[in-house]
Write a protein that binds this ligand. Sequence first.
Ligand code: NPW
Ligand code: ATP
Ligand code: MG
Length: 321
Amino acid sequence: MSSTSEADAESVLRLVTPSLDLKRHKGQAGKIAVIGGCREYTGAPYFAAISALKIGADLSHVFCTKDAAPVIKSYSPELIVHPVLEESYTISDFSEEERKQVQERVVGEVDKWMERFDCLVIGPGLGRDPFLLECVSEIMLLARKFNVPFLVDGDGLFLVTNSIDLVSSYPLAVLTPNVNEYKRLVQRVLNCEVDEENAEDQLRSLAKQIGGVTILRKGKSDLISNGEIVKSVSIYGSPRRCGGQGDILSGSVAVFLSWSQQLISGHESLSENPAILGCIAASGLLRKAASLAFTKHKRSTLTSDIIGCLGESLEDICPAS
Ligand SMILES: NC(=O)C1=CN([C@@H]2O[C@H](COP(=O)(O)OP(=O)(O)OC[C@H]3O[C@@H](n4cnc5c(N)ncnc54)[C@H](OP(=O)(O)O)[C@@H]3O)[C@@H](O)[C@H]2O)[C@@H](O)CC1
Ligand SMILES: Nc1ncnc2c1ncn2[C@@H]1O[C@H](COP(=O)(O)OP(=O)(O)OP(=O)(O)O)[C@@H](O)[C@H]1O
Ligand SMILES: [Mg+2]
């Protein structure tokens, strides 16, 4: 039996968004890190990281390859960019021992910072280089060791779909598959095809099978489940499907998940799941911002225009003062 209910995204946004308080110090509103950005893709990690800041996080880091770093830095001085990831072509002449040393160095560079982060976003524009993905597997294990929540998107989902143990039974993991990524996950984990007739039950089974991770299935309606409940967010967004909107969502989920965790840890009476709240809030805000951007820009609406509407859309629901 299906028991999906439409979430009241605006109420969730009001619940989890912290008020601006002069007593708070830098960092308390969220420190986010995006693991992504390679030779091909520099836009995706930028979109995720800048969206986090535009919503209200205090610090946003990007861990990317050496090639991608100067490009991402040049998009914005607001981001802290670490050129630490390596792709196979840079170590093609290396021995096995030397490769191991490079891997240790890469993981060590993230390790130094790990405990300071409230949430990682793993995958936007990561690419699929095997050596790079090996290093990212180690970074996921490290995040689990420190109990740092992480969201997996884009090429991170390619990695996880082939190595599901990386996220299995980690309640602080959130997966945000698009239509293709979801299809691959269902095939690999449930050994069947996507069943649109029983979409909610199938999503619940998938999340349960992966040990209670939270999955946000992106689409015409966003469907969210942790293996127990299923929520949908269907408020009107935009008919423009320009690339990068999923990246905005990933940076947004990271911020709202962090805020939800803070809220719940300070209120023992609240029994809500912070990952579910984070997904509902992010989905609701992205759709509202996309709708506003489309009103202004119509056919020429781009991802940057939607990012430009995040602040106004949140302000409309949760005024700063
Ligand atoms: N500016 C940047 O740097 C950006 C970088 N990005 C980064 O790119 C990496 C790969 O991510 P991805 O999303 O392009 O890969 P994936 O989902 O396999 O789609 C590939 C192809 O599948 C198709 N297709 C898609 N949707 C469909 C649908 N509903 N129904 C049917 N078919 C559909 C469509 O191809 P078509 O079939 O139309 O030829 C589409 O082109 C990843 O790292 C990501 O973060 C992006 O974030 C964008 C902004
Ligand atoms: N058909 C649709 N109608 C309305 N909104 C949609 C539709 N498909 C996706 N969206 C919205 O766009 C957001 C991003 O979903 P999308 O499927 O474009 O992700 P993606 O393919 O990962 O994007 P990216 O190009 O960043 O990789 C979703 O959260 C949802 O709110
Ligand atoms: Mg994507």
